[in-house]
Design a protein around this ligand. Sequence first.
Ligand code: AMP
Length: 441
Amino acid sequence: MSFEKLNLIKPLQKALDEEGYTIPTPIQQQAIPLILERKDVLGCAQTGTGKTAAYAVPILQILYEEKLSGNEKRTISSLVLTPTRELAVQINESFSSYGKYTGLRNVVVYGGVPQQRQTDKLRKGADILIATPGRLLDLMNQKYISLQHIKILVLDESDRMLDMGFINDIKKIIAVLPGKRQTLFFSATMPSSIIKLAGSILSNPVRVDISPEKPTVDAIKQGLYYVAKHNKKDLLIHLLQDKSIDSALVFTRTKHGADKVERFLNSAKIYAEAIHGNKSQNSRQRALNNFKAKKTRVLVATDIAARGIDVEELSHVINYEMPDQSENYIHRIGRTGRAGLGGVAISFCDAEEKLFLRDINKIIPKPIPVIQDNPFPVDEKTAGNYPKSTDESHTRKVRSSGEYRSSGEAKKNNNRWFGRKRNKDNQSKSKSYGRDKTRTN
Ligand code: AMP
């Protein structure tokens, strides 16, 4: 199916052509017609599926057409709520790219920075507002923002917003919205708390599920090192000395942990920057821009800070510390394999983290393959804490890293989303983290 079949207006079609999007991704194929028919949508979609365009494009089309027919003046007609600042910035950039020929204006507001630049922009008028809940409420209370003309509400990454404790803020915001509106609700996971929230704010929604039974992105090669806590540092340095790892996003659970990893990597002459909630928004954005521009090879991040990161050619995700919430494993590894490209996700699991691993293995189709060729094998004293290799039924090889990677141009997304075989060019770019004997327990 091409974008032409979706009957998009010319200003959108032109912008999408320029983005290099030729074929809508599965979620776009399903959601765009429904949204254009003004249905409420409950979308279960993981990162990297093209979810942003799946709602941004039809919203732009609806608002553009209403403007033409009604000669309306600029009021905020659509609100996109999102959990993190980085994600808000990214969604705003997507609206700007897709909507650049529509004449519609989008504005983003998020906390952690002075509000004046945001309020200046709001004063000039906006059709679409992208916001994190806290700053939005703040600006509403100061009367900078009125939501009385909202026609379309989007809740993006709703599971994450609940995890981050935004439920009351969301309820307060929804309470002031017009009852007659279209609501689009997206979440990477659908636990019962999310279904309950969705049930309370959607009316007769159509559900759109993108591979719910396969929560991890297919193209990502996963591998796991069992390693003692005190050896994690050396293992990370050892892996990152492999120059074929172009870019790595290293996850820690805590801000303090992220700072520590940043420090020891820089001492080992592996240039790294950390982003987390204690850093100013400007320094987070700077670190992210350096990483995207490939000025920094390694970005160290906590789960929350990494939430909005979209780096098309990110080759490796390394879980230096296992996530304590299993859904975060999916969110983390989904940072690579974006835009249909492959990637590698490596996890370090120490004895204390085995419980986290057990929970993760329950929600992914197959347990993460264990990398046996481990330069820092667990010593005898702690070995008993690790599962033994009794169950070989999951035995499979972790293929060399990055072999599905390609240049990152949008057209190559087709390889994954539309089932084409990877080409020679991709294969020739294969890299390795050098250990392919694997087993899982
Ligand atoms: P998202 O899931 O919205 O974060 O999108 C993941 C990535 O896919 C982004 O880098 C988008 O620019 C890209 N993308 C979205 N839709 C398409 C499409 N139809 N064709 C090519 N690339 C796309």
